[in-house]
Design a protein. Structure first.
Lengths: 161, 161
DNA sequence: AAAAAATAGTTAGTATACGAATTATTAGAT
DNA sequence: ATCTAATAATTCGTATACTAACTATTTTTT
């Protein structure tokens, strides 16, 4: 097996592990990982837009919309059209949504996080920079389509109401 | 942002890049990455079973079945029930399937592979082992559910006809 | 001010991807 | 020999995830 094939197999294993963990979460807590991540994002940035969430967690708006549909149907989230700019939709947690967040398990790979945090500082850094390197190698010509994002700097300015 | 969050963001970027590349491939060549990977697997192991493919490329049988449905509908693959063990289905390429394979682009991340192969030997090794390490850290209790597989040793014994 | 361009979100259509349940068949236990 | 286990593949239901097309609105250009 070629080296890059080994790498891709490992990658496939990782993404599969993430997916399986999400399914498991869903059975136990009723929420998948992407749903939890979206909820947490809204919790941190109350009133934020769909687009903001999509960018900060690296998903398309369409995907976020469909996740929101489910969260809204279950009464965890409220969509509120902005009055000043009616294109925008502000996202808010319901009381139920807040409760669910508080009791929810970590959104992904709890075991992974545990293990990761037990590593030496330099090892952590090394894993992160290797992943970032692989990500940048994958980018190729899609670079412009996936603008670098500084998570955390997106929400300083209020964007609805 | 925590270190492990950065790592997960990179990971999400990588999986997204893979997905986007697959979509692009699909538009250009008519086949997605998973479809191409399955085709190549069959090309290498003519007559192999659904389960073998699922294991060697790290997918569930259900997923492989649905990929095969599309490949069969397009006349790239033939399913042939084994006579000696009627549970088994042997997979074969049609002439069209063989042609398509020959002219097909690399199944994933061509740019990635290019770049990867330009790296120094030790750098390649480092990327691979880091990915493998992350994969094993993700495994946790799913280890038994994902038995280690030695790709290439699965097909020595003929299993159909 | 009217036309064109940009933006936000949704919808439609398709393809992964999974577990659980189902069907058919084979292998193993009593 | 028969009843039970295990195995192989499929079907079913659900959730991601994407692009392209669409609607509604706002901004920019002319």
């Amino acid at each position: 097996m070629q080296k890059y094939e080994e790498l891709l197999v490992s990658l496939r294993k990782v993404t599969r592990a993430i997916g399986l963990y999400s399914k498991k979460l869903s059975k136990e807590s009723g929420l998948t990982s992407p749903q939890l991540i979206v909820l947490k994002e809204i919790a941190q940035h109350n009133g934020c837009m769909v687009k903001d969430i999509a960018q900060s967690i690296n998903l398309s708006s369409a995907t976020v919309t469909s996740i929101l549909d489910r969260l809204e149907a279950r009464n965890y989230v409220i969509r509120e059209r902005s009055l000043t700019d009616k294109r925008r939709v502000g996202l808010h947690l319901t009381e139920q949504g807040k409760t669910v967040i508080e009791n929810a398990p970590r959104p992904l790979q709890a075991h992974f996080i545990d293990r990761f945090e037990k590593l030496q500082e330099w090892e952590q850094t090394q894993l992160v920079s290797t992943m970032q390197r692989i990500a940048s190698m994958m980018d190729a010509e899609d670079i412009d389509a996936a603008p670098l994002l500084e998570v955390g700097t997106l929400y300083d300015v209020t964007q609805s109401e």
